[in-house]
Design a protein around this ligand. Structure first.
Ligand SMILES: Cc1cc2nc3c(=O)[nH]c(=O)nc-3n(C[C@H](O)[C@H](O)[C@H](O)COP(=O)(O)OP(=O)(O)OC[C@H]3O[C@@H](n4cnc5c(N)ncnc54)[C@H](O)[C@@H]3O)c2cc1C
Length: 387
């Protein structure tokens, strides 16, 4: 067993950290307060290959794996979870769905500019009445004139207003239930396709979370992504990789909150000494550090298994259990760590001049997005019980 990251992985961590500290950190609160989507850094993310981390170079990607992807999202989220989730939804949801299930023509047309970061992606599964029960999708796609007409409304789509390409799920055969939902590629500007309400959120406020509306939206037959009827089943496979990114989002924010709390504990003096000298504070920091390391181990193992699956193809061991465990544990650790970070900051943890309150707001998404903690437990229980 080798726990050492490679030199290249360490180098990637250093360069993403340097970029995040130089280009993102100075703007974090301003973007958060204004709910400003940081479009200005998209070209820099693209130039660094961070919008195509897990895709082969022949398709415009960086040709790296899930370990590098986890490190990337972790380091961006250590500074700003909003940037972490923008990159995550683009890479492992939208772009990966096209990479995994697209035809060669679709890969050339959509995957290449997405992986190069020339275009931004979104992925729409959730609907107002179909959240955890995403198989209950109601948006529909009906055959017409050699293509499809889409109708319905999606909710909570990350990057919804800013995406050039959206992968959306719609019912093509109601009688087949979860095997009657198909995936479609919809381009910005397509008639009848538009983003709707932009959500005003508790946290991750610089990321965009929006409704996506299909109103008699016609797309060609070649916009069907994957086999007709298998869009929902394929989405579950996409979420196996997606959960690694939400685990990394959680891990990065937990790390950021922990570092902020540790620094503050050394500086803040009460009763004539730094609060870090009090055992009560030391124990908090010790528990935070231990839980973060445990989360990192679970997450990197899931990423390592995902990389093995990429290399070995069809015969590789599934990693649904591990990615769910990593997502569940890392997100719950992040909530506990951010909560304790606020406590270490005392009253200053409650005000916006200090970083703890933002981590506290931002981390909560991790126990909800891409399957709530309750749904992760259902997935893990099914695996444990062999169901
Ligand atoms: C900021 C943000 C970004 C998002 N980005 C995207 C995106 O890009 N694309 C996308 O498609 N979706 C996205 N989502 C949607 C997200 O995946 C859903 O919110 C999530 O799956 C939960 O669905 P829901 O909100 O409808 O909650 P519900 O499913 O209504 O759940 C409510 C509560 O009931 C519990 N519950 C539900 N069913 C069960 C059960 N069987 N057993 C036990 N408990 C249960 C849940 O765990 C939860 O506690 C995003 C959400 C947010 C907030």
């Amino acid at each position: 067993m080798d726990f050492q990251l490679t030199d290249e992985q360490e180098q990637l961590r250093r360069s993403v950290r340097k970029f995040a500290e130089a280009e993102i950190a100075p703007h974090v609160m301003e973007w958060d307060e204004a709910s400003h989507f940081p479009q200005e850094i998209i070209p820099q993310l693209a130039a660094m290959g961070l919008l195509g981390v897990i895709f082969p170079e022949k398709y415009g990607g960086a040709g790296l794996g899930y370990m590098e992807y986890a490190i990337t999202v972790e380091e961006l989220s250590r500074v700003d979870g909003s940037v972490g989730i923008i990159v995550a939804a683009h890479n492992s949801l939208c772009t990966n769905h096209i990479y995994k299930f697209g035809t060669e023509e679709q890969r050339q047309k959509y995957l290449v500019p997405l992986a190069q970061g020339k275009k931004l992606g979104a992925w729409s599964l959730t609907e107002p009445e179909a959240g955890s029960d995403a198989g209950g999708t109601r948006s529909s796609a009906t055959r017409k004139d050699g293509g499809w007409v889409l109708n319905g409304a999606k909710t909570f789509t990350t990057n919804g207003h800013y995406a050039d390409v959206c992968v959306g799920m719609a019912v093509t055969d109601k009688s087949k239930k979860s095997h009657g939902i198909s995936a479609f590629i919809i381009e910005k500007g397509t008639k009848g396709f538009r983003p709707g309400k932009k959500e005003n959120k508790l946290g991750l406020r610089a990321s965009d979370t929006s409704e996506v509306i299909f109103d008699d939206c016609f797309v060609g037959a070649d916009n069907l992504l994957g086999t007709e009827g298998e869009g929902f089943v394929n989405s579950l496979q996409i979420l196996d990789g997606g959960r690694i990114s939400i685990g990394a989002l959680a891990l990065g924010m937990a790390q950021g909150a922990f570092e902020a709390a540790t620094k503050y504990a050394k500086q803040r003096k009460q009763f004539g000494k730094p609060i870090a000298d009090f055992q009560a504070i030391q124990f908090k920091l010790a528990d935070m550090a231990t839980e973060i390391e445990a989360a990192r181990s679970l997450l990197y193992r899931a990423a390592w298994m995902a990389d093995r699956a990429l290399q070995q193809g069809a015969g590789a061991a599934p990693y649904t259990r591990e990615s769910s465990m990593a997502k569940l544990f890392a997100s719950e650790v992040a909530v506990r760590v951010a909560n304790e970070a606020v406590q270490v900051f005392g009253g200053y943890g409650f005000i916006k001049d200090y970083p703890a309150e933002k981590y506290y707001r931002d981390v909560k998404l991790c126990t909800i997005g891409e399957g709530t903690s309750e749904i992760q437990r259902l997935v893990i229980a099914r695996q444990v019980l062999g169901k």
